[in-house]
Design a binder for this molecule. Structure first.
Ligand code: SAM
Ligand code: SF4
Length: 335
């Protein structure tokens, strides 16, 4: 039995988020510039290498795997990877296999995902207005995503909607989005916009809508009860007594959640980021590629990387400056 991954601040690392591609079929304004340059395909880990990487983390005690990107479902052959990962669910080593998606490919893949053992998924959706959806995603089409959500629910997947809170964009839609989710039995999580990557001309501070205001909107319209539930991440949850719905708030900028952090992030090139808000990373690719017949060097490289997990992040929007601004895109490390 391998000893579990414990970082220098006594936090057990049990959750791995994996970006399987930096590419996407959308160009959300807060995430990418319109003319993004993507990594050359040869730099990406192959699906077999991704499998080896994830399996090594599971051997070291990771119990939850979230597949993200870019858009994970545009990676060619990705269902093979999900099917192969399901062996870890079956043997009980992995407790949850899940993904975060923009929903565009779900009509095609929802049944296969359910068959691979996926039970819950997060779907990102910032507006229910077709024109605004096209504006914010630049390349996305709302009806296609709505069909994807239908397909996911029909396949028995539990869906949580993730919505980026954008000032002057979806503030007015809070009641409509909330009711729509309630009618469909879906929880809803709001995400504060984060300073990630160069996204062209968009003004991020203009887009920032504090989740304190979002919460205040809920409190004026519903009976809001705090939930004790913690996921080891930056999310806090409340229940709306009128609808029974869980509403989440992901506030990486205005809250300190780092003391309970249980996660690390693997990029599609095999770099491990120990913290979403720090540049510090470890390249796991040499340990993987130089030792095709043994995972021990990879285990050592992972353990060594975890020893460098920082205490916390440096994001700060105070004084209207983007302190802690990150040069990499969210699509690189996964959201
Ligand atoms: N393409 C998939 C999707 O959109 O769900 C998965 C990857 S995307 C990078 C993961 C999440 O990050 C999405 O919910 C997206 O809205 C969020 N996101 C992207 N850029 C962000 C930013 N700058 N600030 C906050 N959330 C962001
Ligand atoms: Fe693509 Fe997701 Fe980024 Fe939008 S948020 S551009 S869907 S990776």
């Amino acid at each position: 039995m391998n000893t579990p991954l414990i970082d220098p601040f006594a936090r057990a690392i049990t959750y791995l988020r994996v970006s399987v591609t930096d590419r996407c079929d959308f160009r959300c304004v807060y995430c990418m510039s319109e003319n993004m340059t993507f990594l050359p395909k040869k730099e990406l880990l192959t699906l077999e290498e991704l499998d080896r990487m994830c399996s090594a983390f599971i051997d070291l005690g990771v119990e939850k795997l979230r597949i993200t990107g870019g858009e994970p479902l545009v990676r060619r052959g990705i269902m093979t990877f999900f099917n192969d990962m399901s062996r870890h669910l079956e043997r009980g080593a992995l407790k949850e296999l899940t993904l975060t998606t923009n929903g565009s490919q779900l009509e095609r893949y929802a049944d296969d995902l359910a068959a691979a053992g996926v039970r819950r998924i997060n779907i990102s959706l910032d507006t229910l207005d077709e024109g605004k959806f096209a504006d914010v995603t630049r390349w996305g089409r709302l009806p296609q995503v709505l069909r994807g959500i239908d397909a996911a629910q029909k396949a028995g997947l539990r869906v949580k909607i993730n919505t980026v809170a954008l000032k002057g964009f979806n503030e007015e839609e809070l009641p409509k989005l909330t009711e729509w989710c309630a009618e469909r039995g879906m929880d809803l999580t709001w995400i504060e916009v984060m300073p990630m990557g160069d996204i062209g001309n968009e003004n991020r501070i203009g887009q920032y809508w504090s989740l304190k205001d979002v919460r205040a909107q809920y409190e004026s319209a519903y009976t809001v009860s705090d939930l004790a539930e913690r996921t080891g991440g930056p999310a806090r949850y409340v229940r709306l007594e009128e609808t029974g719905q869980k509403i989440g708030f992901i506030t990486p900028l205005s809250h300190n959640f780092c003391e309970s952090c249980n996660r690390v992030r693997l990029t599609c090139t095999g770099e491990l980021f120990m913290c979403l808000g720090q540049e510090d990373k470890a390249d796991l690719r040499p340990a993987l590629r130089e030792h095709p017949d043994s995972d021990l060097p990879l285990h050592d490289a992972i353990r060594n990387a975890i020893l460098h997990k920082p205490k916390g992040h440096d994001f700060d929007y105070s004084r209207q400056r983007l302190d802690g601004q990150m040069s990499r895109h969210m699509s690189h490390t996964g959201g």
